[in-house]
Design a protein around this ligand. Structure first.
Ligand SMILES: [Mg+2]
Length: 164
């Protein structure tokens, strides 16, 4: 059985996740993390390529939602600026909002993918919800102190799996 912190795919960056890859795994709805996946930590500044990536996925016909533990104001402002939906305060890795998400998103959950840069929040949450998960390597080392601490464990786990 797959471990709960094991994503379906490891991707070097968000821009490696193109429409072909998503279609090949049967995904139509994207739940995308914010910090260090789309933007530099705790800012609204997009990582290189992230803004175009969002635009392309929308043009490809994917339903894109921001799925972040970030504060409501910053998350809402980012989502509206980029014309994507929002599932504010995701509470990852807990799945207490799952019932709400299921009501909000029409597609069956077999067509959802959580995309994010942390295995103990994004990947774990996606797997607990029983949806597909795509891990992207964090862009920058500038993060909250707690995340930096958890990264040590992540790196150990990723090395053990032969990913790093
Ligand atoms: Mg993140």
């Amino acid at each position: 059985m797959k471990h709960l912190t094991e994503p379906l795919r490891y991707c070097r960056s968000l821009t490696d996740i193109d429409g072909d890859l998503l279609r090949s795994i049967g995904v139509k709805t994207l739940l995308v993390d914010l910090d260090n996946t789309l933007v530099f930590w705790h800012t609204s500044d997009c990582l290189p390529g992230a803004s175009d990536w969002l635009e392309e996925r929308r043009r490809d016909g994917f339903d894109v939602y921001l799925f972040s533990n970030a504060g409501k104001k910053r998350a809402e402002s980012f989502a509206s600026e980029h014309g994507i939906g929002i599932l504010p305060y995701a509470g990852k890795p807990w799945t207490c909002l799952f019932r709400n998400l299921s009501k909000r998103i029409r597609a069956p959950k077999s067509e959802w993918a959580v995309i994010g840069d942390q295995i103990y929040t994004d990947v774990l949450c996606g797997n607990l919800m029983g949806v597909k998960t795509l891990y992207v390597f964090p862009y920058s080392e500038r993060e909250w102190w707690w995340t930096r601490f958890v990264r040590r464990i992540e790196r150990f786990v990723l090395k053990k799996r032969g990913i790093l």
